[in-house]
Design a protein around this ligand. Structure first.
Ligand SMILES: Nc1ncnc2c1ncn2[C@@H]1O[C@H](COP(=O)(O)OP(=O)(O)OP(=O)(O)O)[C@@H](O)[C@H]1O
Ligand SMILES: [Mg+2]
Length: 314
């Protein structure tokens, strides 16, 4: 994948916002460098206030960086012509809520220059694509948050862009809504689009993203494979056993780390990874059955928290 061309390239971007009268200027980005490769789902990940939206606004040409360089599809982001190949879902999209889903998409199709003759068909395809065909004639004010987010994604796709930028597409959605958006992102990827996604929901990152950059307080802390980050050394292992005789429980007590929890003859224990073999030997010899053995790796969540703590939270 490394030989694929960079669809987004960001080099040493810095951005400072002027404070109001008597207020200090705010450095939102410091020397931010990362790149997004063609066809990947890229997660731009960081806590609130890290600089994700600021970076995205620079990439969309909505604000200017103070220093550094950013290109999308090989074009400097200050150019405009290449934008016809770029789709964008803003952080808090606002649509006129007295319009229907179909009307909103027709409006964006017109604004984005979709030919009149093809507009209707394009809108119907998109409504179906995001699962809103049944609600196309309902006004947006009757839509749920998940439905609105799907209209937002459809809006970003009206002109069939090559690369799609989504600012927190799952925020505020329940698990079903999040799953629906995740499925749409996977379909975008399957259709060959490059997806750039701002997010702070780490489970979505773990499930979706091929590569990530982690930004904390305006600085990149990590860029690469999210799973490689997690392949740290396994320290503890959780073991679940059933058919455990009381005598076995007593003999195990000493080797158990994080307490021993159990209901009836089923117990759950956490042991140092190197003690697993011994424990299983003892348990099987005493007639217990092994239900599961789960090595505990550092999660993205814990790594993320460490990165935040090192940077200090704002
Ligand atoms: N127009 C602005 N004027 C002043 N400060 C700003 C402005 N826009 C952003 N900031 C500041 O820049 C920093 C980065 O903000 P940004 O919106 O990029 O963060 P974010 O990572 O998108 O956060 P969130 O997860 O909350 O959306 C914050 O400290 C924010 O207060
Ligand atoms: Mg943001």
């Amino acid at each position: 994948m490394s030989e694929r061309r960079a669809v987004v390239s960001v080099e040493a971007l810095s951005k400072q916002f002027q404070g109001g009268i008597g207020r200090r200027a705010k450095r939102a980005l410091r020397d931010v460098t990362f790149s997004v490769r063609e066809g990947e789902i890229f997660g731009f990940v960081g806590p609130n206030g890290a600089g994700k939206t600021t970076t995205l606004k620079i990439l969309m040409g909505l604000i200017r960086a103070d220093a550094g360089r950013a290109t999308v599809l090989g074009h400097d982001v200050r150019e405009t012509e290449f934008r016809r190949h770029v789709g964008f879902l803003p952080e808090a999209p606002y649509f006129y809520d007295y319009l229907t889903g179909r009307e909103v998409l027709e409006f964006y199709a017109r604004v984005c220059g979709v030919e009149r003759a093809r507009r209707r068909e394009r809108v119907e395809t998109l409504l179906e694509w995001v699962g809103l065909s049944h609600a196309g004639d309902a006004r947006l004010r009757t839509y749920s948050k998940g439905m609105l987010q799907r209209v937002g994604i459809a809006q970003a796709l009206v002109h069939d862009p090559q690369v799609v930028f989504l600012d927190e597409p799952m925020s505020g959605l329940d698990p079903i809504g999040r799953k629906e958006i995740r499925d749409l992102v996977v379909r975008l990827h399957a259709e060959g689009k490059t997806v750039f996604m701002n997010t702070h929901i780490l489970s979505d990152v773990e499930m979706l993203c091929h590569r990530v950059a982690i930004i904390v307080q305006g600085e990149i802390r990590y860029e690469g494979d999210p799973h490689a980050m997690l392949e740290g050394e396994v320290r503890d292992t959780d073991v679940v056993l059933t058919g455990v005789a009381p005598a076995l429980i007593e003999s195990l007590d000493a080797s158990v780390q994080g307490g021993l929890r159990g209901v009836g003859d089923r117990i759950e224990l956490r042991v140092p990874h190197k003690a697993v073999g011994d424990l299983l030997g003892k348990a099987l010899a005493a007639g217990a059955e092994v239900v599961s053995v789960s090595p505990r790796r550092a999660t993205l969540e814990s790594l993320f928290l460490t990165a935040v703590e090192q940077g200090g939270r704002q």
